[in-house]
Design a protein around this ligand. Structure first.
Ligand code: AMP
Ligand code: MG
Length: 481
């Protein structure tokens, strides 16, 4: 099979869905890294030098293939709570859709290859740093078992990009089940383009949630779509909570309809635990703080639901609203239940009850009051709680926890499978980035290799599990693109 033989569907949708866009040519650019494992996962074949040449031609903008989609997708978005009616792919392109050998579809996107109609004041480019960052963190996320867009390749453009400093340019090739976002629905809903909105609903069901096709009732189909999206996104965000991931820009344009984590901008994994931790330099009011993420995901779901009001068949607008409210008011609870489920697993509990929330909070509050490392403290809790900093709070927690574990024989295994020993720590990611700017990918490779087995502590080099020394702490993360 030829992975880069595209079979496109999104560009067959009405022209309001996208704008044709030609990636910029970078004849002197160079393919720096290819994710050979991902290539094999998608194609069931080993990558050949011919495949690499094809990929390089796609990334340097010189592919002559006739089956390229080459479109920039249209979408809106609520950014930090405020609605922007037109965003769209301003620095990304949908190159084409690939079918893997199991006949699932994946988008192949380029990020950083020049301007599109949606670029507004931006240059459509990306420095190499954010490309490297997205590659490391998205692949780490995948290894952690969390749905995410994937990174297929890193390309250096051999052109400088002007940011606060002049930086080397880069392009990322990423794959995703699709790039449909809540913001894509908002785009048509805000224009009251109900025909396109219905087309998008049908396309999304067809591509991502085909089990809904069995449902004959028009309104129930929409409810099922909402519920499927809610479940996928709730599970994604609860998983972020489990591993201490702070996305940082949970705008509705950065929430995929498939529940894949997307847009690795100013995101970060926490070192020491702080419930309201914020890394992003642009998140001044902490809207997307660690502990707000579940609430925000629910807020985003309501933005999705409100897009669909006009599609509900009812006698009046009130009737539409009532129908949606009645049929979706149980969804918020799914987010809380998912969160409890994922957090409880960190303590070895697979079937949590409401009271477990207190137990979880007690331990987290102990971590916060002692400024302890989130990841490593759970490893210690599993291996040897005596090595944790001994305090009264810990003591009280341990008593309750041991009592709760009575009769649960597999708790250590559950803990091992749900508490990573390694996360992509900010200081390691930053070190990889600065080395890559110097042309040295050895640390990048070593870090990525360690990140592929987060639940097998025997395979991880000690250095990668260490929290940063005081002078290594990264306090803020930046979009940088
Ligand atoms: P983000 O905050 O990264 O999700 O991006 C929000 C919007 O800004 C999207 O429409 C992006 O396509 C656009 N954007 C971000 N960076 C650039 C850039 N360098 N050039 C053009 N558009 C950009
Ligand atoms: Mg985005």
């Amino acid at each position: 099979m030829n992975l880069f033989k595209f079979k496109n569907t999104y560009n067959q949708l009405p022209s309001s869905f996208f704008s044709q866009a030609i990636p910029e040519k970078f004849p002197n650019g160079k393919l720096l890294r290819v994710n050979e494992d991902l290539f094999t996962e998608l194609s069931n074949e080993k990558i050949t030098s011919e495949d690499k040449e094809k990929l390089e031609l796609i990334m340097n903008g010189q592919s002559q293939s006739e089956d390229l989609a080459n479109i920039a997708m249209a979408y809106s978005g609520h950014q930090f709570g405020h609605f922007s009616p037109v965003l769209g792919d301003g620095r990304a392109y949908l190159v084409g859709e690939i079918s893997d050998f199991e006949k699932k579809k994946f988008d192949l996107h380029l990020k950083g290859s020049g301007r599109t109609i949606f670029s507004r004041g931006g240059d459509g480019k990306s420095p190499l740093g954010p490309v490297v960052r997205e590659y490391i963190i998205s692949e780490a996320m995948h290894s952690l078992g969390i749905p995410t867009t994937r990174s297929l390749a890193i390309f250096a453009t051999d052109q400088d990009v002007q940011r606060e400093k002049v930086l080397k340019g880069g392009v990322l090739a990423r794959t995703a089940k699709s790039h449909i976002r809540i913001g894509t629905f908002e785009f048509f809903a805000s224009q009251e383009d109900l025909s396109s909105l219905q087309t998008l609903v049908d396309y999304t069901i067809d591509r991502h949630y085909p089990e809904i096709l069995k449902q004959q009732d028009h309104n129930q189909k929409i409810i099922m779509l909402i519920e499927s999206v809610a479940r996928a996104q709730a599970s994604m965000v609860a998983n972020w909570m489990r591993v201490g991931f702070i996305h940082g820009v949970m705008n509705t344009d950065n929430m995929t309809i498939t529940g894949e984590t997307i847009d690795y901008g100013p995101c970060a994994f926490m070192d020491y635990y702080e419930q309201n931790k914020v890394y992003s330099s642009i998140d001044r009011h902490g809207r997307y703080a660690y502990n707000n993420q579940i609430k925000i995901a629910v807020w985003n779901l309501y933005r999705f639901i409100s897009c669909l009001i006009p599609l509900i068949k009812a006698d009046s607008e009130e009737g539409q609203l009532e129908y949606l409210q009645e049929n979706t008011n149980h969804l918020e609870a799914i987010y809380r239940a998912e969160n409890l489920k994922q957090m409880a697993k960190k303590f070895g509990i697979e079937k949590p009850v409401a009271m477990d929330e207190i137990l979880i909070d007690d331990f987290l509050s102990y971590l916060e009051s002692e400024s302890l490392d989130f990841t490593n403290s759970f490893t210690l809790l599993r291996m040897n709680p005596k090595e944790l900093k001994q305090t009264q709070k810990l003591d009280a927690f341990l008593k309750q926890w041991y009592k709760r574990l009575e009769g649960i024989s597999n708790f250590k295994e559950v803990m091992k499978n749900n508490n990573p020993s390694i996360i992509p720590r900010n200081h390691h990611v930053e070190k990889a980035i600065s080395n890559c700017y110097e042309g040295d990918f050895s640390f990048f490779d070593q870090l990525n290799l360690n990140l592929t087995t987060p639940y097998q502590d025997d395979k991880i080099e000690d250095d990668f599990t260490k929290p940063p020394e005081e002078d290594q702490v990264v306090k803020n993360t930046f979009c940088g693109t």
